[in-house]
Design a protein around this ligand. Sequence first.
Ligand SMILES: [Zn+2]
Length: 679
Amino acid sequence: MSAQTPQRIPQDFIDTLLDRTDIVDVIDSRVKLKRSGRNYTACCPFHKEKTPSFSVAPDKQFYYCFGCGAGGNAIGFLMELEHLSFPEAVEELARKAGMDVPKQDQNLSPAAIAAQQAKTQARNQAYDLLEQANAYYQKQLRQHPQRKQAVSYLQGRGLSGQIAQRFGIGFAPTGWQNLLDNLGSTESAKNALIDIGMAVKKPDNDRVYDFFRERIMFPIRNSKGKVIAFGGRVLGDGKPKYLNSPESAIFHKEKELYGLYEARQHNRDLKRLLVVEGYMDVVALAQHQIHFAVATLGTATSQFHLERIFKMVSEVIFCFDGDAAGIKAAVRAMHTCVPFMTDGRQARFLLLPQGEDPDTMVRKHGSETLTELIANATPFSEFLFQHFSHDLDSHNLEHRAKLATDMMPVIQAMPKGLMRSMMLSKLEDHTGLNQDTLAQLTAVSDKPDIDNKESSAQPKPDQSTLANSKDAEEPVAAGNSETDLPPDYVLNDQTWATEYHPEHNQHSPTNSHQPSHDHGFDHRHGSRVQNPAQAAIRLILRHPGLAEAYTEIPEHLRYLRMHDASILVQLLEICQQVQSQLQRVPQAVELQSECADLEAWPMMRNLASLESLTVTTDHSSQLQEAIDKLHHHYFDQRFDDLSQTLRNATSDEHINTAKQQLKILLGEKETLQKQQKSR
Ligand SMILES: [Zn+2]
């Protein structure tokens, strides 16, 4: 369910739009039409055929296929062919017709209307200029006196002229004004070039110069084939090696996939997509007859990417380098995939040998070897298990419990279905725990056991919603502290992970002093401090004086959707109360007895009993560190929230507001990082 329901588009607008649109233009620009009497025909783009049975009637503004029965108007055609939603198809036709899709409230002032028209014009100018820039760069690759270096680079990579042409590869020569001299003759064009990132204006002296210089140019096309940005690979030793156009009104890099248009040009009926890291990989693979590769544009695989991918194909294979960065990218992609894994979809992972990328692999070993590797790529479920169990010993009971508590939230975030059931039963096999116990484990990690609690005067409303939400259809259980953590937060967190506690580590949970029924709980909170909120809680419970530095409770702690963080806030509040009652810093025992009737007390008691092996006695900087980590967690959460907002945004206004907030957030994050460095 999206936060905002998409606004209805008024029917009279749709009528006007269809009036101003010629279905023959719309179809002919995508599927070459042939005249046949009053109508036009072509081989049907929606089913495979050799003799044309697809017909377009200009007088009725309607298409129909006698082979497969597909039919409809221009909007329907775009929706079918380009896998667009209804509003997207309307948007596309409207743009072509120079119209703006009206939003529900229609009380626009003439100024607002003029502003909208200016926006549309700017957009069209941007597309035009990018198309011209593309033609310019390609021409330089053919004609420029210094083209040799570029050509020999491409030849060195084994690329044919044909493939270079298919991807529209070009050459930006040396010099500061080449593109500007060619396309920026008017002030308006010059400003437009700056807006779309093709030219840069130096703020101190207003000098304007080309953004791309001395580079091999890769046009980045949107799904309709329009150039929306460029990627440039440096010739020689310049930095950076790869440079992308900056974000603009028409280029959002976290949404685009390089090579998708070209892949679909080659085969409209794609079965799967291979996600790789760079444009050269995509092009090199196409050179070797692997035509279904796409690349993200310097970003991690995002949910936007997966939405688009799974709209088109049911299988995605992530192919990354086998180095640390590649593994990290694969693990991220894996986590992003989780909510998309409905039955019938497949995600697989291929990590290449150290030092290889798809480009070098295919050139060294040929496409057959790579095709075989792709065919044998690790399936999602297996990759997930490998990731979570790679440093665990399956004979160790505590490790098995850890596997269960780590994996349960991930499995629960998967859409309901066979795949999820299969994963659950696989987890049963791996851990030797039955599903009831597994469910209890996660229930315990959500909600600390309350058996030992003397009285629960007022049950907390958020706790009951928490429990209810687990039964609801919601894929992600909100408030679950495990799922709220960024994927590798705990695993990669060296500082806290190394804080071992021998008394708990030497015994398996069943041998410990804890009653056996809560051994999952004991594992989570007993063997080591697992998250910064728990670390902070432990420090304050043992050294109540530390809380004095936080009489103003940091806002970010309240915002976090993380159960342990809310306990931390509660603890800080109690510290303040007790201190103002006693008019002095409470002793650890005094503070702890104040906490004893909290619902979270069993967990807190466990934490308080932990003896740290860390030599440092600088508890206040330990606490600061923990709270800073939570601050970063807060940023991650806010970023996720804003990305969600961006994804659901239905108007430019919403998008701009969300972007503004993102900018502010980035600024805050930078400030924090600076503060941390200076400490
Ligand atoms: Zn057909």
